[in-house]
Design a protein around this ligand. Structure first.
Ligand code: NAD
Length: 327
């Protein structure tokens, strides 16, 4: 079964090649992102394997189907980038990796919190420059602080567990309360109340029509002044220009992003030799109280191994006529 992996990096190749593959799946690694310009590479591949910034809009899906592709195997849990009605109309099966390591993403969200709170990103640069002063590096204790968790599925619950370990008070918003979070002492409240009470808010809900720009100028104005916002979910959960305004006034005190609404053209590529064309991102990067990582929350050995294993099994089961993890 010839399978083309789009957007594949060295770490994808390593993890897939290290995973037992007894299903006759031939893997071809393609570093390019799937777009209308690169979709022609799929001709002759019944299976393509795509990641989060690959373009799976209607025109690309139409070209995939016309070229003989039958299965789109996502290497991600999120599927907001797939035009599912078009895929169904075209007879393309879409499968995903519903869970790999919720801990990888949850722990990265916590890493962003600690980095921002204790100014580790600034301290790192300062000491390397021989500056051993501490001004501007005052943090705050996490114990006793109120943390709002928006979306308490697998990742949100893992995040809640860690924050409970720090001695934080947990508030949560999710249409489907999670008993594990309730057992940690978490209190479910309407979103407005979570935002107005939490000193730290972390987003762990999927991106869909209900959650697009969930955080915007209005919701930012309801947060306590100087609050911290962490987004490891999807970039478009947040109206990014509104973040710039809130940071400029001090309404938002700290911002940690692993995802960005316009990341598809930027993330996973070395663009350090080029002028940054995205003015919103460029402005965000000027703030000392902002830490941005390039969608790396999933990037642990454990998560990569689980993604490779589940993806290969998804392809094998589909080929055997018993598809699973269907989207
Ligand atoms: P999950 O399906 O286990 O949990 C999602 C939770 O969000 C569910 O409990 C659901 O009820 C809740 N939810 C749905 N609509 C909501 C709304 N309007 N408001 C609040 N909550 C809502 O998914 P998960 O595995 O925990 O992943 C969560 C998200 O994290 C994914 O959708 C994906 O976008 C993101 N993610 C990011 C990375 C990364 O590397 N940064 C990696 C994996 C996943």
């Amino acid at each position: 079964m010839r399978t083309l992996l789009y957007s594949s990096q060295a770490y994808d190749r390593d993890s897939f090649l290290a995973t037992p593959n007894d299903g006759g799946i031939e893997l071809y690694f393609q570093p390019a992102r799937l777009t209308l310009d690169t979709v022609a590479l799929t001709d002759g591949y019944p299976v393509i394997c795509a990641f989060i910034n690959d373009d799976l809009s209607t025109p690309v899906l139409e070209r995939l189907a016309a070229g003989g592709t039958r299965l789109v195997a996502l290497r991600s849990a999120g599927f907001n980038h797939v035009d599912l009605p078009a895929a169904r109309r075209l007879g393309l099966t879409v499968v995903r990796v519903p869970a790999y390591s919720p801990h990888a993403v949850a722990e990265h969200a916590v890493a962003l919190i600690l980095s921002l709170n204790r100014h580790l990103h600034r301290a790192y640069n300062r000491t390397r420059d021989g500056d051993f002063t501490l001004h501007g590096l005052t943090g705050f204790d996490l114990v006793g602080k109120t943390v709002g968790v928006v979306g308490t599925g697998q990742i949100g619950a893992a995040f809640a567990r860690i924050m409970a370990g720090f001695g934080c008070r947990l508030l949560a918003y999710d249409p489907y309360p999670n008993p594990d979070v309730l057992a940690l002492g978490g209190r479910y409240l309407p979103l407005e109340q979570v935002l107005s009470q939490a000193q730290i808010v972390s987003l762990h809900c999927p991106l869909n029509d209900d959650t697009r720009h969930l955080i915007n100028a209005d919701s930012l104005s309801r947060m306590p002044r100087g609050a911290m916002l962490i987004n490891t979910g999807r970039g478009a959960l947040v109206d990014t220009p509104a973040l710039v305004d809130a940071l400029k006034t001090g309404q938002l005190g700290y911002l940690g992003l692993d995802v960005y609404e316009e990341e598809a053209q930027l993330f996973f590529e070395d663009r350090s030799d080029l002028p940054l064309q995205d003015d919103v991102l460029a402005r965000l990067l000027t703030f000392p109280n902002v830490v941005i990582t390039a969608h790396q929350a999933f990037l642990t050995h454990e998560a990569l191994g689980a993604i490779a294993q589940t993806t290969l099994e998804n392809i094998r089961q589909w080929a055997a006529g018993t598809p699973r993890n269907l989207v």
